[in-house]
Design a protein around this ligand. Structure first.
Ligand code: AMP
Length: 193
């Protein structure tokens, strides 16, 4: 496996049918690129769509789900590994620890919580892992506007905008993480004469 990405997204499909197709496309691309998928372990909504597509492509999929949610989110039984955690906190912690990068698709309040968790942990220096927000159909525009407001009101430095990267399409996600691109040419430093 190249790297493992943790995908945060809705446990519902949402109103826009393009979201489901986009979630499946991300799973497909990750599976093909042999990028490991770490996610919330459910079989429902966009979460299930990403996982199903990654599995279909022979990808490695690790789901983490608290015992209490195992039934509500219909724990996915066909993934590579389903880890049952004690609670939501342990789930989120393990997802964060296991991932090399975070990818956020449209989602509900749980997704917002997860997104803000990884952004604020990065702000505080707990990790330096890339965070990619996929702004499908402008879904995250209000969040970007809120961050602007926070900065304008001096509750954060303008550098807060650099804690995450926003892309418009699924196809941009893996390249944004350096997957599927030729390795950078070795840096050659000329010798001093
Ligand atoms: P949602 O975006 O609300 O559909 O939820 C997406 C994921 O976030 C699901 O795996 C939920 O279990 C999880 N989630 C829901 N509520 C919370 C919460 N308060 N804190 C952390 N995760 C949550």
């Amino acid at each position: 496996m190249a790297i493992s990405i943790c995908v945060f997204c809705g446990s519902r499909y949402g109103a826009d049918s393009r979201f489901r197709a986009a979630a499946a496309r991300l799973g497909e691309l990750a599976g093909r690129a042999r990028v490991g998928l770490i996610y919330g372990g459910g079989h429902v909504g966009l979460m299930g769509a990403v996982a199903d597509a990654a599995i279909a492509e022979g990808g490695k999929v690790t789901g983490l789900i608290p015992s209490r949610l195992l039934e509500r989110e219909v724990g996915h039984r066909a993934i590579t590994e389903l880890i049952v955690t004690k609670d939501m906190f342990e789930r989120k912690q393990q997802m964060i620890d296991r991932a090399d990068a975070f990818v956020i698709l449209p989602g509900g309040l749980g997704t917002l919580d997860e997104l803000l968790e990884v952004v604020t942990l990065r702000q505080l220096g707990y990790h330096a892992k890339p965070i990619v927000l996929v702004n499908l159909g402008g879904y995250w525009d209000p969040l970007a506007a809120l961050v602007d407001r926070v900065i304008e009101q001096k509750f954060a430095d303008p550098s807060a905008r650099t804690l995450y990267r926003m892309v418009d399409t699924i196809e941009e996600v893996l390249p944004a993480l350096g997957v599927g691109q030729p390795p950078a040419a070795p840096l050659r430093v000329a010798r001093a004469e």
